[in-house]
Design a protein around this ligand. Structure first.
Ligand SMILES: [Zn+2]
Length: 340
C-alpha cells in the first residue's frame, strides 16, 4: 500500500491479505489519533476496489476509474460512516439509522467491483445501545464485504464486536520517521521538519497540518511550555493552569496530548536517556525535571496521564480531571535552576 508512512507491522499484515486475496470481513484498527489509521483504511479500501490491481499485488494502480472515485470520495462500493452534519456542524453521534442503512447496503451485491468496504473512522461516536446494529453483518458477513472499524482504544468497541474483528494495532510514529517524511514528501526544510516532529507526539497527521498552518505549531509550543512549567509550580498556580486546560473536552484532550508527550520526555530523562522526543526549552525542562523526580515517580505519573486520556470521552468533567492531575503531578521544586 504505497503512500502510507510508519506502522510497518500493520501495513505488512494488510498487504499480505491483499496479495493473498484473503481480506478479512472485519478489522479493528486501534491506536492514538493522527498515526495513520484512517489513511491506512482508505489505502486498503482503494487496493481492494482497484480494477487493475494484479493478483499477488497489494498496491492500487492509482489511475483506474475506481481509484479515482475512491480518491474523490464517491466510490459507490465504499461507505464511510461518520456523524451527519446539521447546519454545517458535525453531530457527535452516528445514528442507528445510518448503521441500519449500512447493514442494508452490505446485503446488496457491489455495483462496480468485487468488494464492498465500510469504514467507521471513530467507533467512539457510536452509542453502546446502537452498536449491536452492525452485529448481523459481522456474524454473517455477505461475500466481499469488509468492515474497517477504527478506535483510539479497543474498549471503544463492544466485546461482542471486538471478538469478530481481526485486531490491527497502530502506534505513534518515531520522530525521525516523521521528520524524514516531512522532508521527502512535503519538502519541509530540515530544521523545521525536526521541530514539527518533536511537537507531533508520534502523529504525522498533526505535523502535516502544522506545516500547512504555521500558527498551529507556535500555539502548541506555547501550550507545551505552560505544561512543562507546571512541574516546578506551587500547587495554587498549578490548579489555576489546570482549570484553564480543562475548560472543555477538546481543550483537555489537546492538553493531555501535550502533557503525555512532555512527560514521556521526563520519563526518558529520568532513566538517563539522551534522545528525547521534544526540542528546545521543553526538552531542557524535561532534562532538569526527570532526574529530580526519578524513574519510578515519572513512570507512575505517565501511566496516570495515559489512563486519563483514555477515559476523557466518558468523563463528564474535564476540569475536575485536569485539577486532579495537577494535584497528583510530582513536582520538582529542587529542579529549579539556581537563582530562579
Ligand atoms: Zn486502480
Amino acid at each position: 500500500m504505497r503512500g502510507v508512512i510508519g506502522n510497518e507491522r500493520a501495513q505488512a499484515l494488510l498487504e499480505r491479505a491483499l496479495a493473498g486475496d484473503q481480506a478479512r470481513h472485519a478489522y479493528l484498527f486501534t491506536g492514538p489519533e493522527g498515526v495513520g489509521k484512517t489513511t491506512t483504511a482508505l489505502a486498503f479500501a482503494r487496493a481492494l476496489l482497484c480494477q487493475r490491481r494484479a493478483s499477488g499485488q497489494s498496491d492500487a494502480c492509482g489511475e483506474c476509474a475506481s481509484c479515482r472515485k475512491v480518491a474523490s470520495g464517491n466510490h459507490p462500493d465504499l461507505t464511510i460512516i461518520e456523524p451527519l452534519k446539521e447546519n454545517g456542524k458535525q453531530k457527535f453521534w452516528i445514528t442507528v439509522n445510518q448503521l441500519r442503512e449500512a447493514e442494508r447496503l452490505a446485503t446488496l451485491a457491489p455495483s462496480e467491483s468485487d468488494h464492498r468496504v465500510f469504514i467507521i473512522p471513530a467507533m467512539r461516536r457510536i452509542k453502546e445501545g446502537t452498536a449491536n446494529t452492525i452485529l448481523k453483518t459481522l456474524e454473517e458477513p455477505p461475500p466481499g464485504v469488509t468492515l474497517i472499524l477504527i478506535a483510539n482504544e479497543a474498549g471503544e468497541a463492544l466485546p461482542t464486536i471486538r471478538s469478530r474483528c481481526q485486531p490491527v494495532q497502530f502506534n505513534p510514529i518515531a520522530p525521525d520517521v516523521i521528520a524524514r517524511a516531512l522532508r521527502e514528501r512535503w519538502n519541509v526544510e530540515a530544521a523545521e521538519a525536526e521541530r514539527l516532529a518533536g511537537l507531533a507526539n508520534g502523529r504525522l497527521g498533526w505535523a502535516v497540518r502544522a506545516h500547512e498552518q504555521p500558527d498551529t505549531a507556535r500555539q502548541r509550543e506555547e501550550a507545551l511550555a505552560r505544561i512543562a512549567a507546571m512541574a516546578t509550580q506551587a500547587v495554587d498556580e498549578r490548579m489555576r493552569v489546570a482549570a484553564t486546560l480543562g475548560a472543555d473536552n477538546a481543550s483537555a484532550r489537546a492538553a493531555l496530548d501535550l502533557w503525555t508527550l512532555w512527560w514521556r520526555d521526563v520519563t526518558l530523562a529520568a532513566n538517563g536517556a539522551r534522545r528525547l522526543l521534544t526540542t528546545g526549552e521543553p526538552r531542557r525542562a524535561a532534562e532538569r525535571v526527570g532526574p529530580a523526580i526519578g524513574p519510578e515517580r515519572a513512570r507512575v505519573f505517565l501511566e496516570t496521564l495515559l489512563a486519563a486520556e483514555a477515559t476523557l470521552d466518558v468523563n463528564a468533567n474535564p476540569r475536575l480531571m485536569m485539577e486532579n492531575l495537577a494535584l497528583d503531578l510530582p513536582t520538582a521544586l529542587v529542579a529549579r535552576p539556581r537563582g530562579a
